[in-house]
Design a binder for this molecule. Structure first.
Ligand code: PGA
Length: 252
């Protein structure tokens, strides 16, 4: 059965006290909400993960990291490994975000290693994919996303693939205030689900969670989430204020 998810990607925002306040606000508000087949995930910066996992123990949300290194340990100054995240009870980890691809030159191949590292330690990867504007304008968006899935995800075995969450994030929609239309999101999500169905099985494709990300906010979330293949959202800017984020949670 498909889990619906709203995940907040805080990116490089908030001081410690601000992070503490936002986590507490979400925790308190989630108290009166029912989760059923849904998950709410907060992805704060690394230094605040423990603060978040501590509060999450008695609250109805989960915690995710925004990045990880593929290996378990080693001489990689400044990096954080999957077993480190696991030891802090982090359940999810975003990988392949377009900002990591752009500013840190992360390739599809490198991301494949991150997926393996996370799955080995039973952490759920939230794998981001999506095209840049010139690629969409040249009508290459399906090809670009297919290549990202082929090169980063499709080496996984069936039982591994069944644990992955995919996030479609058209790069032109991230932080721009221009979201994909519900039709554009649905079209790409159905395409991704179709590829997974062909490569793995209909059951795995039916059960996999595919999130939309890119200027998703309290106003447009309901319409985006009402599409049959849009199973929630990966939220950047609108996850930084509890009221906005909770309105999106309520749209699920
Ligand atoms: P945005 O970011 O909601 O601020 O557009 C989404 C993301 O980058 O995950």
């Amino acid at each position: 059965m498909r889990t619906k998810i709203v995940a907040g990607n805080w990116k490089m925002n908030k001081t410690f006290l601000e992070a503490e306040e936002l986590v507490a606000q979400v925790a308190e508000a989630m108290d009166t909400r029912k989760l059923d087949n849904k998950a709410v995930v907060l992805c704060p910066p690394f230094p605040y993960l423990e603060l978040a996992t501590d509060i999450a123990k008695d609250a109805k949300f989960s915690v995710g990291a925004q990045n990880v290194y593929p290996d378990d340990s080693g001489a990689y100054t400044g990096e954080v490994s999957p077993p480190m995240l696991k030891s802090m009870e982090v359940e999810y980890c975003i990988i392949g975000h377009s900002e990591r691809r752009k500013y840190f030159a992360e390739s599809n191949e490198f991301l494949a290693g991150k997926l393996d590292g996370l799955l080995k330690h039973d952490i759920i990867p939230i794998f981001c994919c999506g095209e840049v504007l010139p690629e969409r304008e040249a009508k290459k968006h399906f090809k670009v996303v297919e290549k990202q899935l082929n090169e980063s995800l499709f080496h996984l075995k069936k039982n591994e693939m069944a644990k992955v969450v995919v996030a479609y994030e058209p790069v032109w929609a991230i932080g721009t205030g221009v979201n994909a239309t519900p039709e554009q999101a649905q079209e790409m999500h159905a395409f991704i689900r179709g590829l997974i169905g062909k490569k793995y099985s209909k059951k795995i494709a039916d059960d996999i969670t595919i999130l939309y990300g890119g200027s998703c906010n309290a106003k447009n979330a309901k319409e985006l989430f009402s599409n049959p293949d849009v199973d929630g959202g990966l939220i950047g800017g609108a996850s930084l204020k509890a009221v906005d984020f909770l309105a999106i949670v309520d749209a699920l």
